[in-house]
Design a protein around this ligand. Structure first.
Ligand SMILES: *[C@@H]1O[C@H](CO)[C@@H](O)[C@H](O)[C@H]1NC(C)=O
Ligand SMILES: *[C@@H]1O[C@H](CO)[C@@H](O)[C@H](O)[C@H]1NC(C)=O
Ligand SMILES: *[C@@H]1O[C@H](CO)[C@@H](O)[C@H](O)[C@H]1NC(C)=O
Length: 251
């Protein structure tokens, strides 16, 4: 009898267990269905969200087109419409901007050439930006710096106004340019940067200038100040006359 009772209890437990397991299965199926439903709903919502976003973007693009610049087809990769983060270009936002870089060596006349360029109201050449070591510590700092310059966000004494139409910098070959030349050439190619390579043909003159500059750094013959570049428009015009004479005599 006791045996029978215990076997009966076992059976009851078994049946209960079976019932429990079917209940668990039902619950599992139910939660699975719910999860699926929620997932499908979120996907639908997301699609609605993106489609409305795309619509907004389209409207913005349609509302704000820049007219085609009147240029030769081969020039198209070299004109840009930067959108500075720090200010608005306002009525000049559709004025195309060209990017340039003056590559050279010290004492090759690049300072004079740059001052000459900067005397134009719409050209902004920002000097030897990579003479500061941290800016050229690796390729990412270099590209970040270049991005800032070419996005017209570099604010220096040479920066012009929102209507700047050519922007660039002066870069000496020994300022990280040779170490990272492959990546920099790629950057210039992708971003349509015009490269001005300034080479002083008369290397003897360059050597003399290097020595004279080194001497003057200590001697400071000009009223106790060392002067290595010409910067004011007056100095440039004097120098231009002088250089023209020199070239006339040397040719
Ligand atoms: C400078 O740019 C402005 C705006 O593009 C233009 O009106 C002006 O003629 C330019 N100045 C020179 C000297 O090219
Ligand atoms: C590049 O140099 C900067 C400054 O020296 C540093 O903060 C950054 O981590 C460096 N990045 C890489 C990828 O080495
Ligand atoms: C050098 O000093 C003299 C006398 O103080 C002054 O007349 C002259 O203008 C100065 N020259 C320059 C280039 O600063």
């Amino acid at each position: 009898m006791a045996d029978d009772l215990s076997s009966f209890a076992k059976d009851v437990l078994l049946v209960k267990g079976l019932k429990n397991s079917t209940l668990v299965w039902r619950l599992v199926v139910l939660t699975f269905a719910m999860v699926c439903g929620v997932y499908i709903c979120t996907i639908c919502l997301k699609q609605i969200g993106t489609s409305s976003k795309i619509g907004l973007l389209d409207i913005k693009v349609i509302q704000n087109p820049c007219p085609e610049p009147n240029i030769e087809p081969w020039e198209i990769p070299y004109v840009h419409y930067p959108n500075p983060k720090t200010y608005s270009r306002e009525e000049c936002s559709c004025h195309p901007v060209r990017y340039f870089a003056i590559l050279s060596m010290q004492r090759s006349g690049s300072g004079w050439f740059e001052t000459f360029l900067n005397s134009h109201p719409n050209i902004s050449s920002n000097g030897e930006i990579f003479s500061v070591k941290v800016r050229r510590s690796n390729v990412s700092t270099i590209t970040e710096t270049l991005d800032t310059i070419y996005n017209l966000d570099w604010l220096s004494s040479a920066s012009k106004n929102e209507c700047t139409t050519a922007v660039g910098l002066k870069w000496m070959l020994n300022q990280g340019l040779m170490q990272h030349h492959e990546q920099i050439a790629e950057y210039f190619r992708i971003h349509g940067v015009s490269v001005i390579f300034l080479f002083r043909r008369n290397l003897l003159r360059r050597m003399v200038s290097l020595l004279a500059n080194e001497y003057d750094r200590n001697a400071k013959l000009l009223n106790g100040t060392h002067k290595s570049h010409v910067h004011s428009p007056k100095e440039v015009s004097v120098c231009t006359l002088f250089c023209a004479c020199m070239c006339a005599t040397c040719v």
